[in-house]
Design a protein around this ligand. Structure first.
Ligand code: NAP
Length: 233
């Protein structure tokens, strides 16, 4: 069945690949990014906004709900990383990372949940990372912001369970996108060496997890964090 989906961070990287995939499958996708959108499709609409902008997020979700009467799936993909020793990390960097990764996910969840509650149905999927599970050095703020996203996932799953809304999170291992451009080959290899299955991840690996969480039959699966590559927390 055709799903009405909101996917954040769809200009490039995983978000763009996910949006294109679900559009190809016949779903309706509303996406967003700070820069202009990059996807042209009859079932796609783009909203140029910062996910941490409370007013803009509320307006986008209202606009999608008005247009389609519902939102079935929210994928909180937009995210930024910060790879620095914490001793040389300015507070502005910490705010940026938390604003995008945590506050952005929180705002979209809050607004979309209000729409999903009316239909007593919804699937929310957040993005975490193996950097949190592995406590990777040099990624203090990134890992901490995703730890916050994991808590958001687990607590909100309890608060939304009675409304037929599930909340889960996927935690990819390294997947070649701009996000990890600045990470050295050695560091990537070091992460891969800690995985049960020793390779980089792919968009298809992520889609497989998203499809599982999105499935109507996954109504009894909520508050779960699924890392890729065989990483455990
Ligand atoms: N790639 C990996 O190895 C990896 C591993 C683990 C987890 N992840 C997670 O996967 C998700 C996607 O990462 P990616 O690798 O696809 O990153 P990416 O290639 O850097 O793309 C990030 C996307 O998010 C958008 N974005 C960033 N900040 C935003 C903001 N404040 N408001 C609105 N949109 C914003 C960007 O567009 P604009 O710049 O135009 O805003 C872009 O479309 C992130 O949550 C990341 O933490 C990735």
């Amino acid at each position: 069945m055709k799903q009405v989906m909101i996917i954040t961070g769809t200009r490039k990287g995983l978000g763009a690949a996910l949006a294109n995939h679900y559009l190809d499958k016949g779903h309706i996708v509303a996406g967003c990014s700070r820069s202009e959108g990059s996807i042209e499709h009859e079932n796609y609409s783009h909203y140029q906004l910062d996910v941490a902008d409370e007013k803009a997020v509320a307006q986008m979700v209202r606009s999608v709900a008005r247009k389609y009467g519902r939102v079935d799936v929210l994928i909180n993909n937009a995210g930024i990383a910060s790879m620095n020793h914490f001793m040389i990390t300015p507070a502005s960097n910490v705010s940026n990372v938390f604003n995008t990764n945590y506050i952005g996910s929180f705002l979209f969840m809050r607004e979309v949940s209000k729409v999903m509650v009316r239909k007593k149905y919804g699937r929310i999927i957040n993005f975490t990372t193996v950097a949190k599970a592995l406590n990777l050095e040099g990624e203090t703020n990134y890992a901490a912001s995703k730890a916050a996203v994991e808590s958001l996932t687990k607590v909100s799953a309890k608060e939304l369970g009675e409304f037929g809304i599930t909340v889960n999170a996927v935690g990819p291992n390294p997947i070649p996108t701009d996000l990890i451009n600045s990470v050295s080959k050695d560091k990537i290899q070091n992460i891969i060496d800690q995985q049960a299955i020793k390779r980089e991840g792919t968009v298809e690996d992520v889609i497989h997890v998203l499809d599982f969480f999105m499935d109507k039959n996954s109504s009894f699966i909520s508050g779960q964090i699924m890392y890729l590559g065989g990483i455990n927390s």
